[in-house]
Write a protein that binds this ligand. Structure first.
Ligand code: ATP
Length: 271
């Protein structure tokens, strides 16, 4: 596929040009090669999954996409520009938000306040003006509240808005974490094992919210997931990693029928 080419999904959505392109990424930790020469792209409006067994290099890849790790070899292109090393706030300003595999919320703070922290990158007014509730600060606060309220409605978590998140069941905490990422109004949302540790019902809820985010806000979503089953239903295209290498890339059906992928998941011995 070329950079500007679009494609149609089986459910009738049009997927646009490249948002992010990973070109020949290699990442080492000392002597350990976590990622070996991997290339793939993420396209406007799609749900892109990266799957693979334990230790395949998925988290490392997400951290490269997020700008947290800098690969020794290869390039990351974002909206047609080569990306250099970046600070976390610069990543956020570019419209990239993420969730974490192990929930990273403020457990003593309410759902509302946690989601509000997702607005931090949008806040321009100084602390003093904020404190004194002056003109621009008041306008900004109102705008931020509106976005946060929209997210709370969307994720159907009105009833727990004041509850400290540490008291919530696991599935709801994950939903609040998704809410905090959405409050940043990202163009590209990175989800780190969004279904890990969930029961079947919680996985179904999370799948539905991921599909709805993509549908209603047009957000491009990339997620990494250990469990192959859950992503096959929601992803448009899937990259499969094993031992730091890309062993498959295509539609869920293509990937499911790829012998290398089947072998990797069945644990067939490597040469
Ligand atoms: N910070 C690090 N320092 C050294 N080695 C690391 C580091 N992070 C990852 N690795 C190694 O890189 C390889 C890939 O790990 P990574 O966590 O990216 O895989 P993963 O597919 O996300 O695994 P899991 O599904 O278990 O989370 C592993 O061999 C791991 O031990």
């Amino acid at each position: 596929m070329t950079m500007a080419e679009t494609y149609q999904t089986p459910d009738g959505r049009t997927i646009g040009g490249q948002v992010m392109e990973m070109k020949n990424i290699t990442l080492r930790f000392g002597g350990v090669k976590a990622i070996t020469d991997i290339s793939f792209d993420i396209r406007e409006g799609e749900i892109r999954a990266i799957i693979g067994p334990n230790g395949a290099g998925k988290s490392s890849m997400l951290n490269v996409m997020n700008g947290f790790y800098h690969p020794q070899e290869g390039e990351v292109w974002f909206h047609g520009k080569k990306r250099g090393p970046m600070k976390p706030h610069q990543i956020a300003k570019q419209g990239i938000a993420r969730t974490f595999q192990n929930i990273a919320l403020f457990s003593g703070m309410s759902t509302l306040d946690n989601i509000m922290t997702g607005r931090l990158t949008h806040m321009n007014t100084g602390i003093l003006k904020q404190a004194m509730w002056w003109g621009p600060a008041e306008k900004e606060e109102t705008e931020n509240r509106e976005v946060v309220e929209k997210v709370i409605d969307f994720l159907e978590i009105q009833t727990i808005r004041k509850t400290p998140v540490g008291r919530l069941p696991y599935g709801l905490q994950k939903r609040v974490e998704l809410g905090r990422a959405l409050a940043a109004e990202p163009k590209l949302l990175l989800l780190d094992e969004p279904m890990a540790g969930m029961n079947v019902e919680e996985k179904e809820d999370m799948s539905r919210f991921i599909l709805d985010v993509n549908d209603e806000f047009g957000t491009t979503i990339a997620l990494i997931e250990h469990d192959m089953g859950v992503v096959m239903d929601i992803a448009d295209r899937v990259v499969v990693m094993d031992y730091g290498k890309k062993i498959g890339d295509g539609s869920p059906d293509e990937v499911r029928n790829n012998q290398d992928v089947i072998d990797a998941y069945l644990g067939v011995a490597h040469d």
